[in-house]
Design a protein around this ligand. Structure first.
Ligand code: 13P
Length: 279
C-alpha cells in the first residue's frame, strides 16, 4: 500500500523506531526491498538517487510507485539527494510526492534559497521535503566530500527559513564504508533535537555500529538511509555466481542478487526496530 514519507516518519517518531530508506537502482532492488518489508511486516521507503534516474529514466520511479501500490505493507517513494529543481520536477511529474532537496554543498544562505524553492515546488504537488544542513562526509554520487557537522542553532534557523518537513543531520555519520570507525556526536544530536521540531534523519547507515543506531533512534532519529550495504550484497552475490565456475544464466544471477539484497534489508529493518510495527 502506497504511503508517504511524512506519514511514516510521524508514526515512527511516536512509536520509537526508525523507518529504513533503501536506495534502489534496478527492478531487482525494488523487489528486494518490498519483499523484505513484507516479510518483516514493516513499513519501508524506496529511494532513488539522481544517478539512478540518469541510468534508468523515469521508468525506475514508475516501477517504485507501482511496487508501493501493490505492497502488503506501507511503502513510500522518495527522490534522494536531489541537487536540482529539474530532477525534483521530473520526480513530481512521475507521481513521487517525497523529495530530499540537498543543498548541503552550498553556503548556508544558498542552501536555504535552494531548499525553500524546492519546498514551494513540492508543496504545489502536496508533497513533503527533507532538507540537509551540515555535510555528510564520504562518497556521494561518485564524489568524495568533506564532512561538516550540523550546528544546532543554524539547524533551527534553517528549518524556520525553509519550512522543510524533515531534516538530515550530520553528527559524524559518513556515506559509504568509513576508513576508520565512526563516532557519532550524540551531544550534538541531543542539542539539535531540543531546537528542531521536525523529524530527524540520519544518512550513512551502512557503516554504523549497532549500538550507535539504537542510541540515535532513542535520541530522536526516525529515518535511516542505507545504500552501500545493498550495493555490496548485490555485487558480492553476482561476483560469487560469475566466478563460481558453474554455469550461470541471467535470471538465476538476478534472482540470487535480489535474494541477497532482501536478506540485507531484513537485517537492517530489524536493527532499526522497525519490524512488526503497527500498520
Ligand atoms: P550509505 O551508503 O552509507 O548506506 O548511505 C546511504 C545514504 O545515506 C543515502 O542517502
Amino acid at each position: 500500500m502506497r504511503s508517504e514519507v511524512g506519514e511514516l516518519l510521524h508514526q515512527a517518531r511516536s512509536e520509537g523506531y526508525a523507518v529504513g530508506a533503501f536506495n534502489v537502482y534496478t527492478l531487482e532492488g525494488v523487489r528486494a526491498v518490498v519483499a523484505a518489508a513484507e516479510e518483516e511486516e514493516s513499513p519501508v521507503i524506496l529511494q532513488v538517487l539522481p544517478s539512478a534516474l540518469r541510468l534508468q529514466g523515469r521508468a525506475l520511479l514508475v516501477a517504485c510507485l507501482a511496487a508501493a501500490e501493490d505492497a502488503a505493507v506501507p511503502v513510500a517513494v522518495q527522490l534522494d539527494h536531489a541537487g536540482s529543481l529539474e530532477d525534483i520536477r521530473m520526480a513530481l511529474e512521475a507521481g513521487v510526492r517525497s523529495v530530499m532537496a540537498d543543498g548541503s554543498r552550498l553556503p548556508f544562505e544558498d542552501n536555504v534559497a535552494f531548499t525553500r524553492a524546492a519546498v514551494e515546488m513540492v508543496r504545489a504537488f502536496a508533497g513533503t521535503v527533507e532538507g540537509e544542513l551540515g555535510r555528510i562526509a564520504g562518497r556521494e554520487e561518485g564524489e568524495e566530500q568533506e564532512g561538516e557537522l550540523t550546528d544546532p542553532e543554524e539547524a533551527a534557523a534553517f528549518v524556520a527559513a525553509t519550512d522543510v518537513d524533515a531534516l538530515a543531520v550530520c553528527i559524524g555519520n559518513v556515506h559509504g564504508r568509513p576508513p576508520r570507525p565512526v563516532h557519532l556526536d550524540f551531544g550534538r544530536l541531543r542539542a539539535i533535537r531540543a531546537k528542531v521540531q521536525v523529524p530527524l534523519v540520519l544518512h550513512g547507515a551502512s557503516g554504523l555500529p549497532e549500538d550507535d543506531v539504537h542510541r540515535a533512534i532513542d535520541l530522536g532519529i526516525c529515518k535511516l538511509n542505507v545504500n552501500t550495504q545493498l550495493q555490496e550484497a548485490c555485487l558480492q552475490s553476482m561476483r560469487g555466481a560469475l566466478c563460481g565456475g558453474g554455469g550461470v544464466d541471467l535470471p538465476g544471477l538476478l534472482r540470487h542478487a535480489s535474494e541477497s539484497m532482501r536478506a540485507s534489508v531484513r537485517s537492517k529493518l530489524r536493527l532499526f526496530r522497525s519490524p512488526g510495527c503497527p500498520r
